[in-house]
Ligand binder design. Structure first.
Ligand code: WTA
Length: 706
């Protein structure tokens, strides 16, 4: 990392100042009085309770939302800094907290509403007592048929169906660490994660509905098992849930002795109960893999007590979830947003959470609003990409439906003020408070947001640090940058939702997040360990942050983090490819999309077939989500004299932006050749991007460092 920071910084100084200059301040927008009246955080005294002098004990307020089997004796243990331990000595069970205690208090209350993608299929309501029964029965399968026990890892590769939270909660009941891989990821991507977490069990589903079709999902399990085995991890059993129990939806055969249908196993456990295992607060609850600078995804390890307390607290105060609400987060449970804000946060609070199987615009752009109207959803949570897409396919659609949101969330990428305003005026009908929540897989829960009843909204800014989270913006040397200037946003203190380590790789945890701004590696004082978020940001005079995006080699496609290195190594699995470089292209719907440049081994000819091969390799290695918009086969890559590929030059070409000074390259003449090839093809296929904003231009100009 160090070698690339220097030049990036010197190039960055001017540009960051320019961003600040060109950033227009937006006006505050206030929620209606009716919202404020009922808000969980309506009394400004809450802000006082979380000031820095009250840290870390302030987080007792979050932990008190849970039921503990044994109380903690130490709120924050920093003795092995920066491997933080929260609520040490405390014991609890996450499944008990999300299910049993609500099933005892109000058994008939709906926990989950499942909305199948096909509109002709009725939605399914699962009460807390139904959920308790299902979680118990499946926990019995895990324990009695598979011999799983606390601390074991299990990989899940499941779609958006209620069987997914049932599986997660059954694992949690036993203290088994679940690692759910996004269902849209390929079998190979799942296999790498199985191997990294050394799971001997894979839990999947035969198929699911997406854009109107029942897809074959089980086929990916066979590939996942094969890839894991190549990496030295054998999977002994594959549990296959059936989308329609009793009817197998996949063309892939069940492997004898290895694959089992869950509905058949469940038959032997009807009505069984499994006592929730009382886990130390510090026991890992789950792993969630995410992309970073290097090719290998990182398994972020999240704790039981700190994590659950944090998602319960932030769900309560930021999403304003009350037990009587019907809450719908349209993210996928396969991402951290779904773990925290579809499953664990809302269920810990005993509310009703909606799970929708399919794509938001199936069969048309009115679908989300019909679902909201029919189910009485009053809290809505989605991403800027979904908002942009719904705005495009049906700008007038929300008006046609009689639903009312009191609060709405956006997450995952920066939201343009224009898009924000449509969300507010049309989707929220001007009645809903919006929280723009900034955070990351590593964090467990929100880092930056407004408290909806107490702090006004500002389009395009997430807001200040959330309760008990104290951000700071540093330059490359660790000096605080002045207001209005961009730099690297860090969090000065640990918070209960933060991950505990990178699974199996504590060095990577230290390197990626903590070494950059730590000056004393022996320090046991949290003040010496700022957490480096790997995001650029600037702070306005009012303390609100505007997040500018990743400063590492991550491309945020539709709110999903894709590592350039992962995409490039997938392209390099094609035998003809000599070199590969992935770059972001500005996209009006998905925020960014990926384009891949490849050069071929000597003597090979470019052609459509090879481009297709590269795309397919990326589909197979990662998943369709990473599929490049274009694959450009070029005679050579623009390189520095030391041989480094200049990603910013090709990123500029892809975006029709000025490439800047290229005279110092080893092969400056190649730039024009590439530009002509790429830009003339784009012009011919009517694929010329709109003019970039200042901030976008700066991002492209800096992409990849140097
Ligand atoms: C970006 C998703 C601007 C950011 C919860 C971060 C955002 C990365 C926002 C994490 C937001 C997330 N405004 N940018 N409200 N929320 N990001 O790990 O660059 O999938 O580092 O977690 O998304 O993505 P991840």
């Amino acid at each position: 990392m160090a070698d690339k920071q220097e030049p990036q910084d010197s190039a960055g100084q001017v540009s960051e100042a320019q961003i600040a200059v060109h950033w227009r301040e937006e006006e505050y927008i206030y929620p209606p009085e009716s919202f404020v009246q009922q808000a969980n955080a309506a009394d400004p005294a809450i802000l006082e309770r979380f000031t820095e002098d009250k840290f870390p004990d302030c987080f007792k307020e979050y932990a008190d939302l849970l039921t503990w089997d044994a109380p903690w004796h130490t709120t924050l243990d920093t003795s092995n800094a920066p491997f933080w331990k929260w609520f040490v000595g405390g014991k609890l069970n996450a499944s008990y907290n999300c299910v049993d205690r609500h099933a005892e208090a109000s058994p008939g209350k709906t926990a989950i509403i499942f909305v199948p993608e096909l509109e002709s299929d009725e939605h399914v309501e699962i009460s807390y007592s139904d959920l308790l029964r299902r979680v118990n029965e499946f926990a019995a399968v895990l324990r009695d048929n598979l011999g799983l026990k606390a601390g074991d890892r299990v990989t899940l590769h499941m779609p958006m169906v209620p069987e997914l939270p049932v599986t997660m909660l059954a694992c949690a009941r036993l203290g088994v660490i679940h690692s759910q891989v996004f269902g849209g990821f390929s079998g190979a991507a799942c296999g790498h994660r199985i191997a990294d977490s050394s799971s001997r069990i894979l839990i999947t589903m035969d198929g699911y509905y997406r854009a109107g079709k029942l897809s074959d999902h089980k086929v990916k399990a066979d590939e996942a098992v094969a890839v894991a085995s190549q990496e030295g991890q054998e999977v002994g059993k594959v549990l296959v849930w059936r989308r329609h129990p009793g009817q197998y939806a996949s063309a892939t055969p069940m492997a004898e002795g290895r694959d089992v249908f869950v509905d058949e196993l469940l038959g032997g456990h009807r009505g069984k109960t499994v006592a929730p295992v009382s886990m130390p607060a510090e026991a890992p609850l789950f792993l969630m893999y995410t992309s970073g600078t290097t090719g290998r995804p990182k398994g972020c390890e999240h704790s039981t007590g700190g994590y659950l307390a944090y998602v319960a607290g932030t769900s309560k105060y930021y999403q304003d979830i009350h037990p009587g609400d019907v809450y719908w987060c349209m993210a996928d449970i396969g991402w951290i947003t779904g773990h925290s804000y579809i499953v664990y946060g809302p269920l810990a609070l005993g509310t009703t959470t909606v799970i929708y199987e399919g794509v938001p615009n199936y069969p048309d752009g009115g679908r989300p609003w019909r679902i909201a109207g029919k189910l009485g959803v009053n809290i809505f949570h989605t991403s800027p990409t979904a908002i942009r897409m719904l705005r495009k396919v049906g700008p007038e659609e929300p008006r046609k439906y009689d639903y009312h949101f009191k609060s709405m969330t956006t997450v995952g990428e920066p939201i343009e003020p224009e898009v924000w305003r449509w969300y507010h005026a049309e989707v929220g009908k001007g009645e809903a408070a919006i929280t723009d929540t900034w955070w990351q897989t590593e964090n467990g829960g929100f880092l930056g947001s407004t408290l909806p009843g107490l702090q006004p909204m500002k389009p395009g800014s997430c807001g200040p640090g959330v309760l008990g989270v104290y951000p700071v913006i540093y330059d490359e040397d660790g000096n605080e940058v002045p207001t209005g200037k961009a730099g690297n946003i860090c969090i000065r203190n640990p918070w209960p939702g933060t991950f505990q380590t990178v699974w199996g790789d504590p060095e990577r945890y230290l390197d990626t997040y903590y070494r950059k701004y730590n000056t004393n590696p022996d320090s046991k004082d949290w003040h010496d360990w700022p957490y480096f978020c790997n995001d650029g940001a600037l702070q306005a005079a009012d303390g609100y942050y505007r997040i500018l995006g990743r400063v590492d080699d991550v491309i945020n496609v539709a709110g999903h983090r894709l590592g350039t290195k992962e995409i490039e190594s997938a392209a390099l699995t094609v035998p003809e490819v000599a070199e590969a470089a992935a770059v972001p292209v500005i996209d009006d719907i998905r925020g960014r999309v990926v384009e891949v440049y490849v050069s071929l081994k000597p003597g090979l000819e470019p052609g459509k077939a090879l481009e297709g091969k590269v795309s397919t390799a990326i589909d197979n290695e990662i998943g369709k989500i990473a599929r490049p918009k274009n694959v450009w086969i070029v005679p050579d890559m623009p390189k520095t004299r030391s041989g480094k590929i200049m990603r910013r030059v090709i990123a500029s070409i892809s975006n029709f932006a000025d490439v800047g000074d290229v005279t110092t390259l080893a092969n400056p003449e190649i730039v024009n050749t590439i530009r002509q090839h790429v830009q003339s093809s784009k012009v011919a296929s009517d694929d010329v991007p709109r003019e970039l904003t200042e901030a976008e231009f700066e991002e492209i100009k800096k992409f990849g460092g140097e």
